[in-house]
Write a protein that binds this ligand. Sequence first.
Ligand code: AMP
Length: 379
Amino acid sequence: MKAPFIAPGQTLGILGGGQLGKMIAIEARRMGYRVKVLDPDTACPASEVAEVVQGAWSDPTAALELAIGCDVVTLETEHVPYAVLAEVEHLRPLRPSAQVLKTIQDRYNQRHFLHRHDLPQTRWANVESLGALDTALAQIGAPAILKRRTGGYDGRAQVRIFALDQAEAAWDALGRSPCILEAFVDFAAELSVVLARSAQGEIRFFATAENVHQNGILHTTVAPARFAPPIRAAAEDLATRAAVALEIVGVLTVEFFLTRDGRLLINEMAPRVHNSGHVTLGACVTSQFEQQLRAVCGLPLGSQHQHAPAAMVNLLGELWSGGEPDFRAVLAEPRAHLHLYGKRVAHPGRKMGHITVLADDTDEALAVAERLHAQLASR
Ligand code: AMP
């Protein structure tokens, strides 16, 4: 099928108006597109730059209202139900496709996909009852992590199990809903590859990033990752294989654990722009957000060339506990860029913004980002 070409001046629809949707919308507006987003909150971050169709992601009527007013539809979240995506796809080009989302949004489907395509991952088992959890724990051993199959993000909807007798409490904590149990990986590092695949099958990836999470939430990213080229090349190769097998059109993020004996295991995939790709905005010729727009609209992909080593640190809601943080030190640092998403309410763990830093080397970029974060936290 010939890929439709959506030219500047036409309208992009985004399912979700959070910070990811906002940053896609900013790039789209810069390039002359009109943008509409579907979000339950009319004051969502993207509302500053896009028209909002108000509605829950699970509301097919609202999703169709969005689709009908757009020329092409994309998304910033993998949590839109498949049935809604299928209806949208019936009406307008949807990129990535409903089928890709079906594979990724349920952890069981995603794990099964990785297995079918011989892509390395952590040991796991499907868990649909307490009895099945006991059996899985006996096989996989503790520590392990129980994750709800759908709806989890930023370390939510998952519970660590340190001993076999904690099974029932974990099962209850996740609402006795279908889960997968994963072996706990004592990793040396976490890496991610953010790539874009066009409708013609062209793939371009950004430099492999090195990520540190705190409490299951991304804290810092450094790109390029400070590992030998063969490790980065292996991560790119695995991510490419996943993108080709998924036939995804748009940005795909593949997150990895690097084990202490040097193996790469896929932790999870996201069919969208990603927090670990935020450094690309400012550090690369084409950001992940513009690349998403280009892939979705059938434009040629842009250059992913990175101008300088870069680091990012997330700004979470706890920094707002004493009111609006004092950003003067961040603004005074010439190598730093401040990004605030415009969320009205801050609560602990909520992503409110981030800082990116470009420097002569990655260690320096990270040190500056960490210092600026520490200064914000100490006030
Ligand atoms: P997830 O949302 O599943 O990517 O989990 C968030 C973070 O929790 C990951 O980036 C890791 O830091 C940690 N984590 C998740 N699964 C595992 C695992 N099987 N072993 C060790 N750490 C994990």
